[in-house]
Design a protein around this ligand. Structure first.
Ligand SMILES: NC(=O)c1ccc[n+]([C@@H]2O[C@H](COP(=O)([O-])OP(=O)(O)OC[C@H]3O[C@@H](n4cnc5c(N)ncnc54)[C@H](O)[C@@H]3O)[C@@H](O)[C@H]2O)c1
Length: 406
């Protein structure tokens, strides 16, 4: 990091905490004062080591409103902000298709960058962003926030530790209610949603999650899309078959048209099958949740002894994930199936203290700057995600199977 401001920590003297006598503050700017830009500012205002210095948005009122809340300077031109303000880092929260320029410009100005997902909507742009970050020697992190959900961490740990054996296939369903594309950013005919797709908006999470959980790279992509409810402005849905290394077959089902009266704005399911076990995972619940249908269930092949379940439970606990052993002692007359009802259940309504990566993505970014560490969601992760999503879009458009060559 090039520059630091040192501020004495009165608070710490008051509470008698042994302290170095000084504290490093990371000075940040935010580009894009919309929904996510606002949440980044709120995060930064709570973080003891972060100072919000400036906010830029092409809409003057938005920049000014958020800047006044944060006690920061407002700009309508982020390039001017990058030139004038003594920033260490920026959060880029512009619309999906407008990440490239702010990221590359900030990198060229020597600022560390946290960019929202999707990393980019074009592969060429993603490559340019990776190159700019490498050339400038800055940290470029992608906000793949779902990597911090306990449920996906559980799936990652189970695969990494070999409890599921060799991966066979997965199905991932991810839905937004139709009011997301039609209303979240204003009418669809005018908003940036028409320059994006559900493959970019939610498929970016899924393609990254599957890579991270499986530890494998995608090789081929075949996809179809539909355009009925959104009038062809942007596709309603994509169905993609993505083949990963080792013949791991993944089906991604992405919908931007779930019914308006549905209780949850966004929800999803992951079903993951290995030679040794199965993971059934849902997040945000799929319905009224009269009976909780959110959480993770894990079942195993072979002999499922209680000691084995305790061992796996212990491994999950090491990562901050609490689970319950489900152990049926009676299975009626179907004695030969007695192992079927034995497994692990990871409910969503108990506190999980996932230990990895400072608790949330923005805190991890600040930590990486302070400790000079590489981000957990790197620019290369962003590039790989963009390659998969762009292959989904291209396959759906052309009807061809796309090979991802690296
Ligand atoms: N809304 C969500 O639920 C959500 C969740 C996770 C990630 N994201 C991602 O965050 C990003 C931003 O989404 P959002 O929902 O905050 O959108 P938004 O429309 O609410 O905010 C985007 C802001 O960027 C501003 N902007 C556009 N061009 C600009 C430029 N050149 N310079 C400065 N500001 C500019 C717009 O005026 C707007 O205020 C997207 O990539 C999105 O996919 C959104």
């Amino acid at each position: 990091m090039k520059t630091h401001r040192f501020i004495t920590g009165k608070k710490n003297i008051k509470f008698g905490v042994r302290w170095m006598g000084c504290r490093e503050k990371v000075r940040v700017g935010v580009i894009g004062a919309g929904i996510l830009g606002t949440s980044h500012v709120k995060f930064c205002m709570k973080h003891p080591d972060v100072e919000v210095v400036a906010i830029a948005d092409i809409v003057k009122e938005k920049a000014q409103k958020l800047a006044s809340e944060a006690g920061a300077n407002a700009y309508t031109d982020y390039k001017e902000m990058l030139k004038k303000e003594p920033l260490d880092a920026v959060f880029v929260a512009t619309p999906d298709f407008l990440h490239y320029e702010p990221v590359v410009t900030a990198a060229e100005e020597g600022k560390h960058v946290y960019v929202q997902k999707p990393f980019a909507t074009k592969v060429e742009e993603a490559k340019g962003m990776v190159e700019a970050a490498e050339k400038a020697g800055i940290k470029l992190m992608v906000g793949f926030g779902m990597r911090w959900y306990y449920a996906f961490t559980a799936a990652h740990v189970l695969v990494r530790e070999g409890y599921l054996g060799d991966l066979i296939s997965a199905t991932m369903i991810h839905n937004d209610r139709i009011d997301v594309p039609e209303e979240m950013w204003g009418p669809l005919s005018k908003s940036w949603a028409r320059n994006s797709t559900i493959a970019d908006f939610l498929g970016s999470h899924d393609s990254d999650l599957i890579r991270w959980i499986s530890g494998r790279e995608a090789e081929t992509v075949y996809a179809r899309s539909t355009s009925k409810a959104l009038g062809g402005v942007t596709p309603d849905s994509y169905n993609a078959l993505v083949t990963f290394e080792g013949d791991f077959q993944v089906s991604l089902n992405l919908n931007w048209v779930a019914a308006r009266s549905k209780p949850n704005l966004v929800d999803g399911v992951l079903l993951l099958y290995g030679t040794e076990g199965t993971v059934q995972l849902s997040w945000h619940g799929l319905g009224y949740n009269v009976v909780s249908n959110e959480g993770v269930e894990v079942y195993f092949n072979g002999e499922v002894s209680i000691d084995r379940l305790f061992e796996i439970q212990g491994k999950l606990k090491e990562e901050g994930i609490e689970s319950r052993v489900v152990w049926e002692t009676e299975w009626g007359k179907q004695e030969r199936n007695r192992n079927r009802s034995r497994g692990l259940w990871i409910p969503s309504n108990i506190p999980h203290k996932v230990k990895h990566h400072q608790g949330d993505p923005q805190a991890h970014f600040i930590h990486c700057i302070q400790k000079d560490e590489e981000p957990f969601c790197s620019a290369i992760d962003g590039l790989r995600q963009t390659e998969i999503v762009c292959a989904i879009k291209e396959s759906a458009k052309t009807g061809r199977i796309i090979e991802l060559k690296r």
